[in-house]
Design a protein around this ligand. Structure first.
Ligand code: FES
Length: 211
């Protein structure tokens, strides 16, 4: 053995062993941290995916899902042409939007995007009638019908039936699901209590839901 290959002294062996133990521990900790991080990422993205699928497949509550008859609710004293109004209907958690187009037509919709449930906004400067716009993934809905005109939403917006009283006040009186006409939605909720529903409009609505 040469001079440069002296066996390590006792104290030096202890130091090496301690350093090795420390490295092992750091490696184990960082492995645990990495594993935890990956688990968190997987849980969060799994949650988002499940949420998206739940919305897309209709598991989560949406407008018009309730079986009961919504109570009429006054939402504004007046809505002028070009104006929009955010309100809640039929429940306190149900975001909705009313728009008055330039020609005076009043329309009401759920303000919950049918893609991943972001809030839908009114862009009145778009086109001659404006449009309902979801900023999350550029979803666009026709202001007059609520149907999808662009982007990923899988179906049109559920509707809120609005009526205007002689004094100009605006009331929400019912809802219709995506693909249902306002009359079909109203008759599904009111049954034969309304004359316009006697003769099968509600039944027609039920048939169109099943198809
Ligand atoms: Fe509205 Fe995606 S959530 S377009």
């Amino acid at each position: 053995m040469s001079v440069t290959e002296q066996p390590p002294a006792e104290g030096s062996r202890d130091t090496d062993a301690a350093q090795e133990a420390l490295h092992d521990r750091i490696a184990a900790d960082s492995l645990t941290t990495r594993r935890d991080y990956l688990r968190i990422v997987a849980t969060v993205s799994g949650g988002l995916a499940v949420g998206g699928v739940a919305v897309a497949s209709g598991i989560l509550h949406r407008h018009g899902d309730g079986d009961g008859t919504p109570e009429p609710k006054k939402i504004a004293d007046r809505i002028l042409p070009g104006e929009s109004l955010a309100f809640r209907y039929p429940g306190d958690e149900d975001r909705a939007i009313a728009v008055r187009m330039a020609d005076g037509t009043l329309a009401g919709y759920s303000a919950v995007c049918t893609h991943l449930a972001c809030a839908v906004l009114w862009r009145k400067e778009r086109g001659s009638e404006g449009e309902l716009y979801c900023p999350c993934h550029e979803g666009i809905f026709d202001a007059r019908t609520g149907e999808v005109t662009a982007g990923p939403p899988p179906r049109g917006l559920p509707k809120v039936l609005l009526i205007e009283q002689l004094d100009g006040s605006v009331w929400a009186i019912g809802t219709a699901r995506s693909g249902e006409s306002l009359q079909e939605g109203l008759c599904r909720q009111q049954g034969d209590a309304l004359r316009l529903c006697r003769g099968g409009a509600g039944a027609e609505g039920e048939r169109s839901e099943r198809t």
